[in-house]
Design a protein around this ligand. Structure first.
Ligand SMILES: Cc1cc2nc3c(=O)[nH]c(=O)nc-3n(C[C@H](O)[C@H](O)[C@H](O)COP(=O)(O)OP(=O)(O)OC[C@H]3O[C@@H](n4cnc5c(N)ncnc54)[C@H](O)[C@@H]3O)c2cc1C
Length: 732
């Protein structure tokens, strides 16, 4: 969408319209009173190959939609430069990726939480995965319906069928849902497609949101620098059509430039390792040594086979008649070879039996190529690749120059750790074991690469270094956490800087065990929720840190944090049917509750926060407690903020719905209303809300009433998972 303005103003400036950025911008602009500007360095997603699944081969190295990065020569990859495609177009990498829908393992997110990132356990993030999803198989405890990201099934393929049969014969379990109860086993992937067309975040999230007058999308706008007032981000400058323009953010700048560009932009703006920035003459706004560090990526090694039967995509591309047929089939039905994703089937396995969860992924693609950017082999071929799910080796991203138009220097440091070396060798051996199974024999004419001469562990490792490559999952270069290399906190706010968040794959504390698109979209969904809580305050002309004298977030963050833990624990006592352990997990950061109560008593005297009453599923805590801009997780609270009542209202169950701020006059209403619909509390909320009938039921909400008509299956489901239904109690 073109604009000729040199200066734009918004509440939120979102940089990068990729997997996360589109989700962030679309969700934030749901509130029509919030002005959102989304800046994207690339253009609109008009290239038709973006939307045809097999077209990923065409966009893979097309600089009109792709940054086409190359790493620095990497010792782990036999001193080669490795090609790193990244999307540079609306939808970002979700517009050029392989469309495999994988979330990672529950253990990945529990590990993030274990590292100290409150609110990021699997139980915490599952609602966001579900909210983002439109699962064609229908909703269940793990999957959602009605979300912007369509998740579909792939068409069976004879080589995939043989691969699955071979692998199950070897004793691996069949798994028809890698994103369900367990990732273990072999089966077909699901895909981010809708009716045979790519469902990028530009398609799923942005396109519907672009109708809104409060969302402005500016393409071909290369953001060059973040602007600051002191240590607070106030906007960005961007380069467009030869001019330097400014976008100012009344509330926040949210970086969604991805794992390569977000750290680059932070460093260009003076946030990063002091010495490195000084080396380029950049003045340092804030010394943050972790920016660009902790880089993780999935490095894979392929086994390429010459196929004995003409069933591969290579065969289709080698025959004009079959190409024509495939074209017609796709044009008429959106099916056939052109609807194929990068790898329809996969196995998640352990290379060592003692491991708690899979550490290797072996994927099958019914095509082969020397290098993906060079097109398919001119003979019938298919490929298996193996990659380690949780690599230990970490690399880094550095500036190459202070010029924002220059690519940064990427040092992936592949296969540096002994575990990583051992695992990729074990993965290649596992692939070969599967390929030797009788089910696959009819398809194999010969092993083209590495070839039978490559046999020993040393040879396989050497081959992996020479012939391996990325599966395009860089993460963690602005990782979330509290350790010295962390860049953002658990609310994704850049440490030491106000008004600035990062929300994209770069914030993952560790790479997830699998493909990264779904988890990145989840991050975007969650970031939007975190950003809009203080927005609700702002809608009333309030900002906790500015308007509330003695605000705890400024004065005593540990105490505030502890208070939140205490409120959660009180809640757990009052509401025994909730998952008590899960709640108590969250209390852990509060430390000893007795000590906390003493500290609170010392700080607040008689005024210390205590449950004054509870209404339905809600605890009301009254006391002179200033609230943070942070969310009150899984706790519905109403607190008095130095004379200003604020209700932070969150869903207690599967999905976090909303938060509202309110003026003192509303307090009685809160107490009096049985269900307290959002509409009754917050003037900006739409007057009516209707969740259309789904497999679990339907819901209607207006200013005075919330009616949730559950189907029996839903009651049964919530009974089984031991939780309340998402719409029971309050939902906003
Ligand atoms: C070829 C390929 C295949 C992949 N296959 C899969 C797969 O099958 N399944 C899967 O789950 N994952 C896959 N991935 C990974 C997944 O797509 C990414 O992890 C995910 O898209 C990253 O999202 P992001 O929001 O962090 O960054 P991106 O989606 O890359 O978005 C960043 C956006 O920011 C823009 N930007 C950057 N810098 C600036 C700037 N200075 N100013 C303005 N805009 C800027 C970029 O142009 C881009 O649009 C693949 C990735 C690639 C590249």
């Amino acid at each position: 969408m073109a604009t000729r303005t040199d200066r734009v103003e918004a509440d939120f400036v979102v940089v990068g319209a990729g997997s996360a950025g589109c989700a962030v911008a679309a969700r934030l602009s749901e509130d029509t009173a919030t002005r959102v500007v989304l800046l994207e360095a690339g253009g609109e997603d008009k290239n038709r190959w973006i939307h045809i699944p097999l077209g990923f081969g065409k966009t893979f190295a097309d600089p009109s939609v792709n940054w086409c990065y190359q790493t620095e020569p990497d010792p782990g990859a036999a001193d080669r430069r490795v090609f790193w495609p990244r999307g540079k177009v609306l939808g970002g990498s979700s517009s050029i990726n392989g469309m495999v829908y994988i979330r990672g393992q529950a253990e990945d997110f529990d590990h993030w939480r274990q590292l100290g990132n409150t609110g990021w356990s699997f139980e915490d993030v599952l609602p966001y995965f579900r909210r983002s999803e439109h699962q064609v198989r229908g909703a269940d405890a793990f999957h959602g319906m009605g979300g912007p990201l369509c998740v579909s099934d792939v068409e069976p393929h004879p080589i995939c069928e043989a691969f699955i049969a071979a692998t199950t014969q070897l004793g691996f379990v069949r798994n028809d849902d890698f994103n369900g109860a367990s990732q273990d086993g072999v089966g077909y992937h699901q895909t981010t497609t809708r009716n045979g067309r790519r469902c990028s975040t530009a398609v799923g999230y942005l396109r519907p949101a672009m109708q809104r007058p409060n969302l402005r999308v500016i393409t071909e706008a290369l953001t060059e620098k973040i602007l600051f007032e002191g240590c607070r981000a106030t906007g960005v400058t961007f380069h467009r059509e030869g001019r330097i323009c400014t976008a100012t953010a009344a509330r926040e700048v949210i970086l969604c430039g991805g794992a390569v560009n977000s750290p680059q932009l932070l460093m260009l703006s003076g946030i990063g390792p002091q010495e490195h920035l000084a080396g380029f003459g950049l003045s340092v706004v804030h010394h943050l040594p972790g920016v660009g560090q902790s880089l993780q990526d999935h490095y894979s090694a392929p086994i390429k086979l010459k196929c004995a039967l003409p069933v591969t995509v290579n065969d289709v591309m080698l025959s004009n008649a079959r190409k024509l047929k495939a074209g017609l089939q796709y044009y008429m039905f959106h099916r056939g070879p052109l609807s194929m994703i990068s790898s329809p089937a996969a196995l998640f396995a352990r290379t060592r039996p003692e491991l708690a969860s899979p550490d290797i992924k072996c994927s099958l693609s019914p095509f082969s190529a020397e290098r993906p950017q060079d097109g398919l082999h001119p003979w019938s071929g298919f490929t298996m690749i193996a990659y380690q799910l949780r690599p230990e080796s970490c690399g880094e991203i550095k500036l190459r120059s202070p010029d924002p138009a220059d690519a940064p220097a990427v040092h992936p440091n592949y296969l540096a750790s002994e575990t990583d070396q051992r695992t990729i060798v074990a993965g290649l051996k596992l692939c070969r074991q599967i390929l030797e199974n009788p089910h696959l024999k009819p398809f194999i004419a010969s092993e083209f690469q590495p070839g039978p001469a490559v046999e020993s562990d040393e040879q396989l490792l050497d081959y992996a270094r020479r012939r391996g490559g990325t599966v395009y999952h860089p993460t963690s270069t602005c990782k979330m956490g509290g350790d010295p290399l962390a860049v953002v906190d658990a609310e994704l706010r850049v440490h030491g800087i106000g008004g600035l968040r990062v929300a994209d794959a770069s914030i993952m504390p560790t790479v997830v065990s699998g493909n990264t698109n779904a988890a990145t979209i989840m991050i975007g969904e969650k970031a939007a929720d975190m950003a809009r809580q203080p927005m609700r305050l702002a809608a009333q002309g309030l900002r906790a840190s500015e308007h509330i004298p003695g605000c705890l977030i400024e004065k005593d963050p540990p105490l505030l944090f502890a208070w939140r833990g205490r409120a959660t624990q009180l809640f757990a006592q009052i509401h025994p049917s909730l998952h008590r352990r899960a709640l108590l997990d969250r209390v852990a950061p509060a430390g000893d509750v007795g000590e906390l109560v003493e500290r609170l008593a010392e700080r607040f005297g008689d005024q210390h926060p205590w449950p004054a009453r509870h209404i339905g599923y809600r605890v009301v805590v009254e006391g002179e407690v200033a609230v943070s801009e942070a969310a009150f997780e899984h706790t519905e609270t109403a607190v008095v903020l130095v004379g200003i009542a604020l209700a932070g209202i969150r869903m207690l169950t599967l999905s976090v719905i909303d938060e509202v701020a309110e003026l003192p006059g509303h307090r009685t209403e809160i107490a009096d209303l049985p269900e307290q619909p959002l509409q009754a509390l917050f003037a900006g909320a739409p007057a009516l809300r209707h969740e259309p009938p789904g497999p679990l039921g339907e819901m209607d909400q207006d200013r005075a009433r919330l009616e949730h008509r559950q189907r029996p299956v839903a009651k049964l489901l919530w009974g089984v998972v031991g939780r309340q239904s998402p719409a029971c109690g309050y939902s906003g």
